[in-house]
Write a protein that binds this ligand. Structure first.
Ligand code: ATP
Length: 449
């Protein structure tokens, strides 16, 4: 009760008389001066215990009632958790406003879905292992980073507000998360003008996830999160103008029984001859922002002063045809897509001869010198990522010569698809890639004609 006068009557400190109430299933004792709960040892049928707002310093010092499900010990004086394996039926545990400095002893609480430890003195998240938690509140603690959550696959609501968290990394893979509170942390103290790629990706991922979950939506089975059968998706990445766009289209043409081109949205204007809805959907910044806020986007990046993003719809339109989505992206897009539940194959197309690469850029006649310099300088970023994060890319293909690159690429794709490769030979009467190179992207192969 919040009623001040009521408190005057809430002065119970000795509750030993309850020892004879052996059949109690529900016991509510909030707002008293209780220090000793040992009488609970005599209540084997207890299901619900509320001893909030008391003076208890002992944590679960009573014989475990076999079916004890909900316990509220908030606003007490507890400092140390202990092994609760004897209390395995616990589903809700409220320990707010105590003085715990560590989370421990919960490993065997295999039914625990709600855990609240707001306003304690916890400095790191630990001991939560693979608990089936759907709700976790650690508001008002001393956390500096997000860790130890990676196995909480059921987590839906997470409150980490009022801590000292500086970075959002550690939130990856929480696919069911629908509510996240990070109010009053120090996240803004990371360099917002040039935050690390992973921070941007994590932040964007959470934004998209949260907005998406706020929308009523139909999910296509084929794109649903599943660890057994991840939705097949193919991503070609590499610096601008490395040929990934053309190779993506060419792949989608040749393997049109398997792949279709995933059409991203962008706020840049169409280049001469570019048609809306073919390479991109061209939209205004305003529309793009509203798409973010209506949860349409799986992933976004800023590149060259414009926004680019892949929508759930783009993937689902392809999935509806029974095909896998094939897209091309800058590295930041890959980092961000890796945070989603999609598990694409990532193929890096890397220029190894800078002069040739510059030649490709110049031949397009689209870029300023500054844009070309920027593109060239990013080759190193890709190469470094590949060196420093083994396995980050599933395949790495040099793209100095697009024809060679395509041969290697289609071979890799055939391996993914478990298609048997016939011996390439003079008598091979299968349609050669050149025959399929019709239409808009014919310029890719121009040196062959
Ligand atoms: N959703 C996305 N996420 C990340 N990167 C993207 C996305 N959509 C497009 N991109 C990438 O953004 C870069 C700029 O694309 P844009 O089409 O404006 O330039 P471009 O000069 O034609 O480059 P390219 O020929 O490599 O596509 C390209 O590298 C492209 O692959």
């Amino acid at each position: 009760s919040c009623d001040k006068h009521a408190h005057e009557y809430h002065n119970l400190s000795d509750i030993s008389v309850l020892c004879s109430y052996v059949h109690l299933q529900k016991l509510e004792l909030p707002h008293n001066k209780i220090q000793d709960l040992s009488c609970v040892s005599h209540m084997p049928y207890l299901v619900m215990l509320d001893a909030s707002y008391n003076e208890i310093s002992n944590f679960f010092e009573f014989q475990p009632p076999k079916n004890l499900k909900e316990v509220n010990f908030s606003h007490n004086r507890m400092t140390k958790m202990r092994d609760l394996s004897a209390y395995a039926s616990l589903t809700k545990l409220d320990l707010d406003y105590n003085s715990f400095s560590e989370i421990s002893g919960l490993e065997q609480c295999c039914r625990l879905t709600h855990l609240s430890l707001a306003h304690n003195k916890i400095s790191r998240i630990s001991g939560l292992g693979g608990l089936p938690l759907t709700h976790l509140c650690l508001r008002g603690n001393h956390l500096e980073k997000i860790e130890g959550l990676e196995h909480l696959k059921s987590l839906q609501v997470l409150d980490l507000s009022q801590n000292r968290i500086t970075s959002l990394s550690g939130l990856e893979n929480l696919h069911l998360l629908g509510s996240l509170n990070l109010e009053k942390n120090l996240v803004s103290s990371v360099n917002m003008y040039d935050p690390p790629m992973d921070v941007v990706a994590a932040r964007d991922h959470i934004t998209h996830l949260v907005y998406q979950l706020m929308q009523p939506q139909v999910l296509y089975e084929s794109t649903l999160p599943s660890t057994d059968f991840p939705y097949p998706m193919l991503v070609l990445t590499g610096p601008r103008g490395c040929g990934k766009r053309e190779l993506t289209h060419r792949l989608c043409q040749e393997f049109n029984e398997y792949f279709a081109y995933g059409i991203c949205h962008t706020t840049r204007g169409p280049y001469f001859g570019e048609e809306n809805g073919l390479d991109y959907h061209f939209v205004s910044e305003e529309v793009f922002q509203s798409m973010i806020h209506t949860g349409k986007l799986i992933q976004t990046i800023q590149y060259g002063g414009h926004s680019y993003g892949l929508t759930r719809d783009a993937v689902e339109n392809v999935a509806r045809e029974g095909l896998a989505c094939c897209v091309h992206m800058e590295l930041e897009g890959v980092v961000s897509l890796k945070k989603s539940y999609f598990e694409p194959r990532y193929i890096l197309l890397i220029p190894t001869q800078v002069e040739k690469y510059i030649g490709h850029l110049k031949a397009r006649g689209l870029y300023t010198q500054a844009q070309m310099d920027a593109a060239v300088s990013r080759i190193e970023l890709y190469a470094n990522t590949n060196r420093q994060r083994p396995g980050f890319f599933d395949n790495v293909i040099p793209c100095d010569d697009w024809e060679d690159a395509y041969k290697t690429l289609r071979q890799a794709v055939k391996e993914y698809l478990l298609l048997e490769e016939q011996e390439e030979g003079e008598n091979n009467n299968r349609a050669s890639p050149d025959n399929t190179s019709t239409g808009v992207y014919v310029f890719v192969y121009s040196h062959h004609h």
